[in-house]
Write a protein that binds this ligand. Sequence first.
Ligand code: F6P
Length: 360
Amino acid sequence: MDDRKRIAILTSGGDCPGLNAVIRAAVAAAYNLNWEVIGFVDGFEGMLNPVRYRKLDARGCAGILSLGGTILGTTNRGRFAGKVAEGQKARVPDDIMLEAKRTLEGLGVSATIVIGGDGSLTTAEQLQEWGMPVVGVPKTIDNDLSATAMTFGFDSATQVVCESLDRLHTTAASHRRVLVVEVMGRHAGWIALHGGVAGAADAILIPEIPYSLEAICKFVDRRFEEGYLSTMIVVAEGAKPEGGDISLKGKGGTEHRLGGIGETLATQIMEETGRETRAVVLGHLQRGGQPTTLDRMLGTRFGVAAVDLIREEKFGQMVSYQNYEIGSVPIAEAVGQLKTVNPAGQVVRIAKEIGIHFGQ
Ligand code: F6P
């Protein structure tokens, strides 16, 4: 090992467009400071036996800006526990923390950049508590992290929703159908709301506004009576009926897997209205592919800001985006509180004013 300062970087949790933009920018900024960068493979798992990491340099990161996914690999399962459920914090067992600490000390890592969502940043906070300096970079297509106005990946995901709706509108109208499009987002309705408004959805169902099946069916009937050829309903995977529960596909690792609401709702609408209804689940299409310009910019700015935090020794901080500027907040303040859609907020209000139905 040479005597340059050595930092580590890792990507954790679900992949999302823009991760490689952060890696590339952080590596380039560190390189300019004459620091060495290693990237742990498969998130925190790479810190544990058998330890897996790659040396990263600016030349090796050429060409990755436009790539989806993460060149380092990631996991949202494994020995480091992730988010458990809304509002809950998972604690990683002490023996795992100790093993990670030994790895970092053994490799001479002076600080680690953790790129992740709520669960991964909770783990980062624990590393910091155990005396391993970290800085956080918020990531999630769900856009549900408080303390940052936006996470990268969200814009790319909503772009996929929007483009998919553009395609689905034509087939729905040709067949005079109701289409129910299930989108991701866990317990927050951001992807459904923004993708739905941008993609001209007729109804948007989000976790923050429990829906009435009766109201939706009346809306569907009214539209066909008024001469509309189709009805496009975007439903967030975490949406739930009034007085009911969210649909779960089962438990994967420490996290519940959401999903199934699209098919359930399509069947119910078809039964109640007699209108031909189809469900489409966009699933992981929303997480793949090239990042949008906005996500490339946000990722690049976050990557450089993370290195700046290390240079300034502001450990335990997470970079954040507020009022068009990049700043930072304590990780401890940023995790554990979901940023959800305000049902009385401006975007919902605007959507209602143009006739979008929210299932009430
Ligand atoms: O948190 C990002 C996300 O894509 C959610 O929107 C979704 O519920 C979940 O991850 C899916 O996770 P997995 O890829 O493990 O099925």
